[in-house]
Design a protein around this ligand. Structure first.
Ligand SMILES: [Fe+2]
Length: 370
């Protein structure tokens, strides 16, 4: 048995085609926006996770990593914790013009570190998508790395231990965000049309309906991460998690030790995913928002064709700590139930049948070979 999951789809999947002429081809994911009631508490979690405070005012918090990006997350003071949206880096001012014209919005100047220009769009779920251009890069910090690794064939580290300081790992990049939506089809169309996303792998329900897509940027011959914007079907809209690249497995492991030491809530890890191959470790902040450290993810050029697999916990990981059933369990509040009922009534593609098929995947074994 290997980790190829192609054979287990019970019916032919409905294909998720590329958009022939998207309005733009976005280059990279730039930042995430959140609203949070307590910026001090948020800043403390982010520092333990490995971020550096780029700027903090009474009503705004910007955090960055070791790379040249001015910030990876902006948190606005708000009465309720919420995911607000994301930013994507564009290749040219023309891209901003094209998006502004298409959606009938303006090009604005960006406040905060790095400045730049921005077109703020609103996706079908009400989350903002900022197309940004011409930000000033920050001075890059050197990343802490583990010592060279000894292998059975080659011993390069002699008279020297493999011991790193117990400090948070340097964050190299914002890798991806996963956003859940009851209107998967409309959301996919929206993001693909405007940003030119390509689906690397698509997970389908048992009737062949695509339900979750790992989407990457179309950079032509330049490789892009296996996924940067994940869209998944869910009864209510919302943030699932976001992931930040660190140097290597040692950085993921050390990050876990620091977050444990600081008393934060561990969600799942360490393990290695199948789709995307990242070595992962998931943590949640004080509001239950999940953030992932990862290393060694896959990258693909635009040539690579879309893969189709069953929607199942089977695709989640090759090895690692057991998958906790709490990881994907919804918090069944009155608000969740009311919003689900509302979505069932108002979104034609979100049906009871789809809900049942979604539920069916939760009963499957995450690692069928065990
Ligand atoms: Fe992830």
């Amino acid at each position: 048995m290997d980790f190829s999951l192609e054979e287990t789809l019970p019916v032919d999947p409905r294909r998720v085609d590329r958009i022939a002429s998207p309005i733009t081809k976005a280059w990279d994911i730039a930042y995430l926006r959140f609203g949070k009631p307590d910026l001090e508490e948020q800043a403390a979690f982010f520092k333990d996770f490995g971020f550096v405070i780029a700027e903090q005012t009474p009503d705004r918090l910007y955090v960055r990593g070791a790379g040249s990006s001015p910030y990876f997350i902006v948190v606005e003071k708000a009465p309720k914790a919420a995911y607000l949206g994301l930013g994507v880096e564009m290749k040219s001012h023309d891209d901003l013009e094209a998006l502004a014209t298409h959606d009938g919005v303006t090009i604005d100047t960006v406040e905060g570190p790095g400045g730049g220009e921005r077109v703020r769009l609103t996706d079908p779920n009400g989350f903002t998508v900022d197309a940004i251009f011409n930000r000033a890069p920050q001075i890059q910090q050197p990343m802490r790395k583990a010592q060279a690794h000894n292998t059975p064939e080659e011993k390069v580290r002699i008279n020297q231990g493999q011991r790193a300081p117990l400090t948070p790992p340097d964050i190299a990049r914002l890798g991806h965000v996963a956003v859940m939506t009851p209107d998967f089809e409309t959301s996919m169309e929206w993001y693909k049309t405007r940003l030119g996303l390509i689906s690397t792998d698509v997970l389908c329900l048992d009737d062949g309906t695509p339900a979750l897509a790992f989407n990457r940027f179309d950079r032509g011959e330049h490789p892009a991460d296996h996924h940067s914007i994940v869209l998944g079907t869910y009864p209510v809209k919302g943030y699932e998690h976001s992931a930040f690249e660190v140097y290597d497995l040692d950085a993921v492991g050390l990050g876990q030790q620091v977050l444990k030491q600081k008393g934060h809530k561990h969600e799942w890890g360490i393990g290695r995913h199948i789709l995307g191959s990242q070595v992962f470790d998931y943590w949640s902040d004080q509001d239950g928002f999940k953030f992932e450290h990862y290393a060694d993810g896959d990258v693909y050029t635009s040539e690579y064709e879309t893969g189709y697999h069953p929607l199942s916990t089977q695709g989640l990981y090759q090895w690692g700590e057991d998958f906790p059933t709490t990881f994907t369990k919804p918090h069944l509040s009155l608000g969740f139930i009311l919003e689900t009922i509302h979505n069932l009534r108002t979104i034609p593609s979100f049906t009871l049948k789809k809900m049942k098929l979604l539920l069916a995947m939760t009963g499957r074994k995450a690692r069928p070979w065990l």
